[in-house]
Design a protein around this ligand. Sequence first.
Ligand code: BTN
Length: 329
Amino acid sequence: MNQRALSILRLLNDGQYWSGESLENKLFCKRAKILDSLKDIDSYGIKIVKTRGRGFRWINPISYLNKNSILGYSSIDLSNFNITLFDTLDSTNTFLLDYLKNGVIDNKCIPVVATEYQTNGRGRAGRLWYSGFGDSLTFSFGWRFDKGVSALSGLSLIIGITIIRVLRTFSITCASIKWPNDILVDNKKLAGILIELRGEICGPSYAVIGVGINYKLSDVIKSSINQKTTDFSSISDVYFDRNQILSALLTEFQNILPVFVNHGFAYFKKEWISYHAFERHQVSLILPNDSVIVGTVDGVKEDGSICLMTSSGRKSYHVGDISIRLNSL
Ligand code: BTN
């Protein structure tokens, strides 16, 4: 999205009509330029009406992410988090990975990057992650671990636990996890997690932890996603601000990650299994080489791999995509 459109959105976010003239005066440009910068605005899920004699009005304005608000919502001190907000970015994960090329992450100053819109949001297994402007909560943060990358198996499941715990504090009790870390409600995806690790074999290592939570997806964005999705506003009767959700997540990350460092995933295994949508169900697991394993889910191991009872015994797998087999429902 172009810079002028972003500036216009900041003005129109009051939900009021802005005459063409008042926009021209604020932005020091001609009407034609204003119209030109808004010409493809619908593709971001933004609805702006233009009414003769009244001007422009954004009819589905957002509550922008705001640093003071994020910090203010937490009951604990979040000053270890160094929060940077953008209106648009290619991907918050990519941003932090680039940051890691030039520096290190220190847990006394944890970088958190959130954006209203990603031009190249990335999902697991090379997939894309779609969201519209301000209609999701998309953020990443970095975490430093003293140990090497191999000691971090289970981390991606821990992040899933964090999200479920936080959803429960918002009275959303129907969410579950699909291994390894998709967050589902009614079998539709609410949130996804992308963890990218860097570092030395013996440590330290750094995790860039990216979270995308669908908040209030517009129809145009929903139609570009080729799986069943849901969003926060559809599953909660109560209005929660994205700043409040991000604040609650950072608070819980600050609680849970030190426990994971000290005790490993083993400490959380039982809790994770209690959240697993497919526990004891018959599933197909598609491996990266496209082969398919069929089995009944029988928990996870302490390294976060999934266990399946298959025709050749109990096996565990570190990677793959599981889906439920219809005849097992
Ligand atoms: C998945 O379910 O495939 C993972 C989706 C992860 C999306 C988030 S949005 C914030 C962060 N930045 C990215 O580019 N991806 C993650």
